[in-house]
Ligand binder design. Structure first.
Ligand code: 3PG
Length: 306
């Protein structure tokens, strides 16, 4: 059996070595397709693969159709909006993610960007500190929980909104639960986004919410660009010159936003949140074990499609 690792944005080499060991120790063959620029390369490589490990790589109906032998796709990471789950189900392919494996890396970047924003992108002018400021965590999943832990280290006041997470879990983490999105944005100087991109959340954060934020607010997006209504964001930034937006995901309108708002906005050129050796090793090796567990024993603990 063959396992393909297809990563347009490659894992750290040390993670690839770890993945190779897990796959080859199980007696399977490993093929690596990195930094591909043409979808055809993926279509060719997947043709004889039984298992596929990806990151944000798009696995759509065409890829699933090309993968005639494919039985399992593991997204080494959290968000699986890049995989067509219905098409996978109709091809009888199990799709899994590796929850929690890269969440500390993403959470650390939240603070890297928060400090950069309040120090005015390190332009030499006088900035502010995070200590004693309020931070609202929009979705209390694995990344949100790590953000809460680190925020407390900075001496911040932490609250979180998550209709899918019981209040007790939030309270146990020493965080104040809030129950409406308006309350979250109104009462927090910093809001950190951790919602997945779904039909419900796409374009859900825009003008109305952003302009509720208090003076000198910073909106931090290490989730998905799709959750932002970019027109609404631009309108909010225009009306409220005190607000900043920093994101680990280049918006569709990045150039226009940068031209109009200068260093009040910042975008990483490539999604960097999970791009650490530790996260690559954790997520990559977990993915390799999950592929082997599925191909060898039919274990589908982290399956996300029906
Ligand atoms: C995730 O959903 O796990 C993160 O967004 C990381 O994505 P990446 O593997 O493409 O860096």
């Amino acid at each position: 059996m063959k396992v393909l690792v297809a990563t347009e944005k490659p894992f750290a080499a040390v993670a690839v070595d770890g993945i190779r060991k897990v796959i080859e120790d199980a007696g399977y063959e490993l093929e690596i397709l990195e930094k591909y620029t043409d979808k055809k390369e993926l279509l060719n490589a997947v043709a004889d693969a039984d298992g596929l490990i990806i990151r944000s790589d798009k696995v759509d109906a065409e890829v699933l159709e090309a993968g005639k032998k494919l039985k399992v796709v593991v997204r080494a990471g959290a968000g699986y909006d890049n995989v067509d789950l219905d098409a996978a189900s109709s091809h009888n392919v199990c799709v899994e993610n590796t929850p929690g494996q890269n969440s500390n890396a993403v959470a650390e970047l939240v603070f890297g960007m928060a400090v950069m924003a309040v120090r005015n992108m390190y332009d030499g002018t006088s900035g502010t500190e995070l200590k004693d400021k309020t931070i609202g965590i929009h979705a209390f999943g694995q990344v949100g929980r790590n953000v809460a832990r680190i925020a407390k280290g900075f001496g911040m006041e932490v609250s979180a909104l998550d209709p899918y997470c019981p209040d007790e879990v939030i309270v146990e983490a020493g965080v104040k639960p809030v129950h409406s999105v308006e309350e979250l944005y109104k009462n927090n100087r910093f809001v950190s986004l951790h919602i997945p991109a779904t039909s419900e959340t796409k374009k859900s954060v825009g003008y109305d919410l952003i302009t509720l934020m208090p003076k000198n607010a910073v909106l931090i997006n290490t989730a998905r660009k799709e959750v932002i209504d970019e027109e609404g964001l631009a309108k909010a930034l225009r009306e409220r010159p005190d607000i900043k937006y920093v994101a680990d995901i280049k918006p569709d309108t990045a150039d226009a936003l940068q031209a109009e708002f200068g260093n009040r906005v910042f975008f990483t050129p490539k999604k960097m949140g999970a791009q650490t050796s530790e996260a690559n090793i954790n997520a990559g090796i977990a993915a390799a074990h999950q592929v082997v567990d599925f191909l060898r024993d039919g274990i589908n603990k982290y399956q996300v499609n029906k």
